[in-house]
Write a protein that binds this ligand. Structure first.
Ligand SMILES: NC(=O)C1=CN([C@@H]2O[C@H](COP(=O)(O)OP(=O)(O)OC[C@H]3O[C@@H](n4cnc5c(N)ncnc54)[C@H](O)[C@@H]3O)[C@@H](O)[C@H]2O)C=CC1
Ligand SMILES: CCCCC/C=C\C=C\C(=O)C/C=C\C/C=C\CCCC(=O)O
Length: 265
């Protein structure tokens, strides 16, 4: 899908990756409504981006996406501003191993709610225009890490949910593409986290794997949006190897229920 002239709803756009994605989309001619729980930063970002791209193409709406009503209201605001939403990016996320309920509510719960809101609005078999749903997971959703088990669990949930919907027998009728983004560490406020187990592992991890710029990862999101035939995509983005699609196969080993997930590149 070409972002030019398309309408986008994105969560967690006040800073970090969310803001980076909003800026790329605006530069490609899309209109964006983003929400965030950080109202001050959200308003400041809106004002900066409106100055650069125009007052009628980017809007901020305050919302905590762990709250059902606020999340629905924010999505509804995008629909009423643009009439239709073509691209939905469920990006808001936190890393806090002391509060697993909150992590699951934002990283998994809000991604599920946001996806279902977008599906209902976009699905062509119920009068919508089709579209793309991009769910932001992480490399942590593909691997394991003892420093942040709850965060890992929330990101595994995002990938399981997104790829399962992508395999829906009704997907062609819905005309909604489902994609997961799995970045490695990026230079955002999330990397300042202190609430993990074994904090020394973070330093070690970053020394071995490096840190990507937000812009590199936002470019990968444009690839997900633009590639037409990638329903069910899991796009891994790392500093050393760049953006690579994981090819996921669900293999039925014994013809009964011994299913194995196999990933290749
Ligand atoms: N920074 C990293 O190394 C990586 C981050 N990610 C994922 O990227 C996504 C974006 O994270 P970053 O930009 O790094 O973090 P960030 O902390 O810079 O930005 C996250 C934004 O989400 C907002 N947010 C948090 N909770 C919210 C809620 N309940 N409702 C609405 N907005 C909320 C924050 O206010 C903030 O503006 C997250 O899903 C994160 O898990 C994935 C891989 C690596
Ligand atoms: C030890 C890392 C702690 C968390 C670092 C802070 C933010 C990270 C956000 C991410 O989403 C992903 C970045 C790092 C990887 C975390 C886990 C997967 C590691 C698996 C592996 O070793 O390959």
């Amino acid at each position: 899908m070409d972002p030019q002239g398309k309408s986008v709803f994105l969560t967690g756009g006040a800073q970090g990756l969310g803001r980076g994605i909003v800026e790329k989309l605006l530069s490609l001619g899309a209109k964006v409504l983003f929400c965030d729980v950080d109202v001050e930063r959200g308003k400041a970002t809106e004002s900066e981006l409106q100055t650069q791209y125009g007052a009628d193409v980017v809007f901020f709406h305050p919302a905590d996406v762990s709250d059902d009503e606020q999340h629905k209201a924010a999505f509804g605001m995008a629909v009423s501003k643009f009439e239709t939403v073509d691209i939905c990016v469920n990006n808001a996320g936190i890393l806090n191993e002391s509060n697993w309920e909150k992590v699951m509510a934002i990283n998994a719960g809000a991604v599920i709610r946001g996806s279902l809101l977008a599906l209902e609005h976009m699905r062509r078999d119920r009068g919508g225009r089709g579209g793309v749903i991009i769910n932001v997971a992480s490399i942590a959703g593909l691997n394991v890490n003892p420093a942040c088990p709850t965060y890992c669990a929330s990101k595994h949930a995002v990938i399981g949910f997104t790829t399962s919907w992508a395999m829906s027998p009704g997907q062609k009728d819905h005309a909604v593409r489902w994609c997961c983004l799995c970045p490695d560490a990026m230079e955002t406020s999330m990397l300042k986290v202190t609430d993990i187990h074994y904090p020394e592992m973070l330093e070690e991890y970053l020394k071995d794997n490096g840190v990507m710029s937000v812009s590199q990862v936002a470019d990968a999101v444009m690839k997900l949006i633009q590639d037409p035939d990638n329903n069910g995509a899991i796009l891994e983005v790392t500093l050393k190897k760049g953006a690579r699609y994981r090819r996921r196969q669900v293999v039925d080993r014994d013809g009964v229920n011994d299913l194995v997930i196999m990933d290749t590149y």
